[in-house]
Design a protein around this ligand. Structure first.
Ligand code: CAP
Ligand code: MG
Ligand code: MG
Length: 458
């Protein structure tokens, strides 16, 4: 038991000094919960497996502290002095502590970070999103409904020209948003620069024919940062602002890539794809972190949107409590987590003068156009994975809102009449929702939707 890392009488853990964390923790053989938790707090802050002679009065102030346990539910609460973390808003550094070595310690059989809470003073230090779904809505002139998207399929193997044709078909079918699939990069049969130029031609054609703006999310994940930036600069030189997003495989390419994009391109939608997240988040996996934790860190890092799952409605494992809690957790200024209510405002509750100023709306006269100082902007849920037009309303019903991007791959390109009809069927399913009509009734005079229901409903 590492006593220096326990304080069950910690006064006011929410005093602003600590990042708070709740772990589901099953102790290793022969250990009780509190001892195992103290080992985790030590290893994930200043300590190791023995008390060292080199400790100082100050270093002890940086100890993480176990401040609550619930042995019945195998839960422990740990407070991390956030001065522990690398200054300048580095998210990767926090994760290296709280879900770093501790995942491999013998003292635990199971350890999963279920929820985290950031104090307002800490939020000040982190970028948060810059270009958000609200900006994308303005560019697309799409409000009060989900942004309707697709992923080009087959996942890989099309030439750049064939790829662009699929984009064109989706956009003229009425879709708003196309993304590269998460492995799309610079393959010899679809060289990156040719893909970019062909997509531009397709977009120009589709915009002209439909009279609507379109967006393409390009995967800029690469072997190194220079190549990533080169790809970003190529896209930026070809496309008008607002018409492109940068997709990053945030888990495999890493948090530094995500934050580099956010800092270099504050006027671009940063699309966090979470391929391989299930190694940490899948509920059958007792070691890792929750979808909520992943999503909250993505917002802290400044992703404009992150995939948060279809709550089991699509093809991926997921639950309402996991995926919808995560989706709301990153959209709202104040949201209920699994254990914490997170306010993303950067104003501490006891800052009465500032709060009074806002309430009297004096602040707005001064900074009407940009009140990002007030709180961390929204990060939007990107809802994807085994969806098709028949699943749009079921998902909106569990989500309880339409403020998200949805991307349907097979759910569009497997349509019996192809991509264009698949896109139209998705648009029609959305129209039916907005009119409050059952899609089967709406399909009576919307052929593409009727075919989609017949095909995907099987
Ligand atoms: C979906 C997808 C996405 C997954 C990622 C795929 O294609 O393109 O990467 O949605 O999962 O490759 O499977 P389909 P999540 O629409 O054809 O299923 O969103 O849960 O991170
Ligand atoms: Mg994919
Ligand atoms: Mg003040």
């Amino acid at each position: 038991m590492q006593k220096d890392y326990i304080n069950l009488k910690l006064k006011d853990p929410k005093n602003g000094e600590y990042l708070l964390a709740v772990f589901h923790l099953v102790p290793g053989k022969g250990m009780d919960l509190l001892s195992a938790a103290s080992e985790v707090a030590a290893e994930s802050s200043t300590g190791t497996n023995f008390k060292v002679k080199t400790e100082t009065e100050f270093s002890r102030k940086m100890n993480a502290l176990v401040y609550k346990t619930d042995p019945k539910q195998h839960l422990v609460w740990i407070a991390y002095p956030w001065r522990l973390f690398d200054r300048g808003g580095n998210v990767q550094n926090i994760l290296t502590y709280v879900v770093g070595n501790v995942l491999g310690m013998k003292e635990v059989d199971e350890i999963k970070l279920m929820d985290i809470w950031f104090p307002p003073a800490m939020l000040e230090q982190y970028d948060g999103p810059s270009y958000t779904i609200d900006d994308m809505r303005k560019y697309l002139n799409v409000y009060d409904r989900p942004i309707l998207g697709t992923i080009v399929k087959p996942k890989m193997g099309l030439t750049s020209a064939e790829y662009a044709e699929v984009c064109y078909d989706f956009w003229v079918g009425g879709g708003d948003f196309v993304k590269n699939d998460e492995p799309q990069a610079d393959q010899d049969f679809s060289p990156y620069d040719k893909m970019v130029h062909h997509v531009k031609e397709a977009m120009d054609k589709a915009v002209k024919e439909t009279g609507h703006k379109k967006v393409h999310s390009f995967n800029v994940s690469a072997a190194d940062f220079d190549t990533m930036i080169t790809r970003c600069e190529l896209i930026k030189s070809v496309f008008e602002p607002g018409s492109y997003a940068f997709l990053i495989d945030g888990i495999t390419a890493g948090w530094m890539a995500t934050q580099t994009l956010r800092r270099h391109y504050p006027d671009v939608f940063i699309h966090f794809h979470r391929a391989s997240h299930a190694a940490y988040t899948r509920k059958e996996n007792p070691i890792g972190f929750s979808v909520l934790v992943l999503s909250k860190y993505a917002r802290l890092a400044g992703a404009s949107g992150i995939h948060t799952g279809t709550a089991g409605i699509g093809k991926m494992a997921g639950t309402v409590s996991e995926d919808i809690t995560a989706a709301h957790g990153i959209l709202k200024l104040e949201s209920e987590g699994h254990f914490f209510t997170q306010n993303w405002g950067k104003i501490s509750e006891n800052d009465e003068d500032l709060i009074a100023m806002i309430n009297e709306d004096n602040a707005h006269h001064v900074i009407l156009e940009d009140d990002s100082w007030r709180g961390m902007k929204k990060c939007c849920p990107i809802i994807s994975g085994g969806l098709n037009p028949t699943k749009l309303k079921p998902f909106i019903d569990v989500m309880g809102g339409v403020d998200f991007i949805t991307t349907m791959g097979a759910g569009c390109h497997a349509h019996p009449d192809g991509t264009r009809a698949g896109a139209t069927a998705l648009v029609q399913a959305c129209e039916a929702y907005l009119k409050g009509m059952d899609i089967k009734d709406y399909a009576k005079n919307h052929a593409e939707l009727a075919k989609a229901i017949e095909f995907f409903g099987k």
